[in-house]
Design a protein around this ligand. Structure first.
Ligand code: F6R
Length: 600
């Protein structure tokens, strides 16, 4: 999972160096262990460095490149070979006739590499990508022109790739996509390509989403999309409605903080046009053609898996057998899938390799597939029968926050729509969620709690029912951005083992809202913990007396169990954020992690 960018500008266009570096800074969430660019005005000039983009920038003096108008760039998250200058992209052939950037995995690279090495090619990196420029060079040697050599090289590849290439001596960028995201930008004074729209949204809001197997040729004057046989296509140009500021930090120290604070707006957008308060109907036209729903299987990873657990519980409560599976564990040996099955991939990026594999397997088995995703034109959106967009807007921070809330909201609407449930109470409660979250954002004492408990031996999170996935999510957020040990448990499981771990050094965050039996049972679990001198932080709406047994309370407004799990989670996001801040962690880019995980 890397980020790629490409640009060709007219005489009136921007300097390529500026466009590439701007774009890479927006794509760093896709990988940040090395970065590189190739400028191609009068010879190919490659600059690449291990480390974050700033390491590359510190070696460049942009004035040197004033007037250069064509180039490609890359930000890397290692898959083949560790982070290093040599493994950073772009990669070139021996004579630097062509430079290539690549996102994805070339599965047959080893056999191609062996073949090229036997023919005398000297490799300078450990990457799978480097076979591509050498293959292209071989075809150039055979007399093929640039485009034909590019196509012939791509023909040899198996795997997933978005690839862009520039050649010495032409003002053209060539690109291709197969199972890795690639979007083109149509500008007045130049054309763009990138793994994701924020990379060039500052320059143009008109985009073309490439399909798998499609090629693109970008020159200052034209942007041509062709199929695998070279036939010209007439792709549709879509206009993106994001404000460029939406993709920036807007004054916040971290994208994560910004995105946590954007949740009320993101949820309003998710609900827009879908909730009818008068009839109590939840209208999701995207699902109108879904047909009868007998059972539902969710597949997802990480945070999205926690949302899927929440969605499965909602459906079960409404009488539809439903289960959430970790996408990496999903297969015919785990659960039988056939043409009567409905398989829902929950994936904010729409590109997660494990989830895509599960969706593809479900497609092959004849199931009806649904994508619940944030990214228009993503692989999940294109390869499923139905798409429900969560409309959270761009999420840059690696740690998912607003997309989780929007997934929960969209799954609540999914469950109501497929069961044709009408409930004015539910609609009212959903509509109130953005304001309830806003009141938490305005009043939360999570920062003080984080200061109190920073540097604890471990952090534990417990919850029951709809709060069980919230406990798991609270722990995941904590561990990924603070690097501290954190675990989430079903509250009832504590006494079956994990209780042995609690001590005076391990705060337990207990999520318990309402005054029903689940809250009462959670209080029982809190007492077990408290009796051992363990500090307890209750996340509660005050309707039970869980707060009496807690050292601290993080308040949430009173609402239904479903809505309160969306709301309560925000307190745990804030605790993780402020703890990471206290510990001085690189919050938006935690070590070893990337936003879009496009390897299995
Ligand atoms: C954690 C996080 C990851 C993702 C997971 C799936 O904060 O973001 O656990 O949830 O990698 O990603 P998507 O939703 O893009 O399929």
């Amino acid at each position: 999972m890397c980020g790629i960018i490409g640009y060709v500008g007219t005489d009136r266009g921007d300097d390529a160096i500026e466009v590439l570096l701007d774009g890479l800074s927006q794509l760093e969430y896709r990988g940040y262990d090395s970065a590189g660019i190739a400028l191609a005005d009068g010879g190919i000039a490659v600059h690449k460095r291990e480390g974050e983009l700033s390491a590359l920038e510190s070696t460049l003096s942009p004035e040197r490149f004033d007037g250069d108008s064509i180039g490609i760039g890359h930000t890397r998250w290692s898959t083949h070979g560790p982070p290093s200058d040599a493994n950073a992209h772009p990669h070139t052939d021996a004579e630097e006739r062509v430079a290539v950037v690549h996102n994805g995995i070339i599965e047959n690279y080893q056999s191609i590499r062996d073949e090229l090495a036997a023919a005398g090619v000297a490799f300078r990196s450990e990457t799978d990508t480097e076979v591509v420029p050498h293959l292209i060079a071989g075809f150039l040697d055979e007399g093929l022109d640039h485009e034909a050599a590019f196509r012939a090289a791509i023909d040899r590849l198996e795997g997933s790739y978005a690839i862009a290439a520039v050649f010495d001596g032409t003002e053209t960028v060539y690109a291709v996509r197969n199972e890795s995201p690639l979007v083109l930008g149509v500008g007045d004074d130049g054309h763009f390509l990138a793994s994701d729209v924020p990379a060039f949204i500052e320059y143009t809001d008109r985009v073309i989403y490439l399909d798998d197997g499609q090629f693109a040729r970008l020159t200052p004057a034209e942007l041509v999309v062709t199929d695998g046989d070279g036939r010209e296509l007439e792709p549709s140009i879509e206009t993106i409605s994001w404000d460029p500021d939406d993709a920036g930090k807007s004054g916040y120290d971290h994208y994560m903080r910004k995105e946590i604070n954007e949740q009320p707006a993101a949820l309003r957008e998710c609900f827009r046009g879908r909730l009818d308060e008068l009839s109590g109907r939840i209208d999701v036209p995207e699902l109108d053609e879904l047909g009868p729903v007998e059972t539902v299987t969710f597949v997802a990873c990480g945070t999205s898996y926690h949302a899927a657990m929440f969605g499965a519980r909602l459906l079960r409560e409404q009488g539809i057998p439903a289960h959430a599976f970790l996408a990496s564990e999903f297969g015919a040996d785990v659960v039988p899938i056939d043409s009567t099955s409905i398989v829902v991939g929950v994936t904010q990026s729409g590109e997660t390799a494990d989830t895509m594999r599960a969706i593809r397997e479900a497609n092959r088995a004849g199931a009806t597939t649904v994508a619940l995703t944030n990214v228009v034109g993503s692989s999940a959106a294109r390869e499923t029968d139905h798409v429900l967009y969560i409309r959270a807007g761009p999420e840059i921070s690696v740690a998912a926050t607003k997309t989780f809330a929007s997934q929960q909201a969209a799954l609540t609407m999914f469950a109501a729509a497929v069961t044709d449930r009408r409930s004015r109470d539910l609609v009212r409660e959903l509509r109130a969620v953005p304001d309830r979250i806003q009141s938490i954002l305005d009043t939360s004492s999570a920062r003080e709690i984080a200061e109190t408990y920073r540097g604890s031996g471990a952090y534990f999170f417990i919850g029951r029912g709809y709060h069980y996935p919230v406990a798991l999510e609270g722990a995941l957020k904590m561990k990924e951005i603070t690097y501290e040990h954190a675990e989430g448990f079903a509250a009832g499981e504590l006494k079956h083992g994990p209780l042995a771990l609690v001590s005076e050094e391990t705060p337990v965050f207990a999520v318990a809202t309402g005054d029903g039996p689940l809250a009462e049972k959670t209080i029982g679990n809190v007492k077990e913990v408290e009796a051992r001198g363990t500090p307890v932080v209750a996340v509660t709406d005050g309707r039970s007396d869980v707060g009496r047994y807690a050292d601290h309370v993080l308040e949430v407004p009173a609402t239904s169990p479903v809505a309160s799990s969306i709301v309560a989670n925000v307190q745990l996001q804030l605790v993780a954020y402020w703890t990471a801040n206290e510990l001085g962690r690189p919050i938006d880019k935690p070590r070893n992690l990337a936003k879009s995980v496009t390897v299995e």
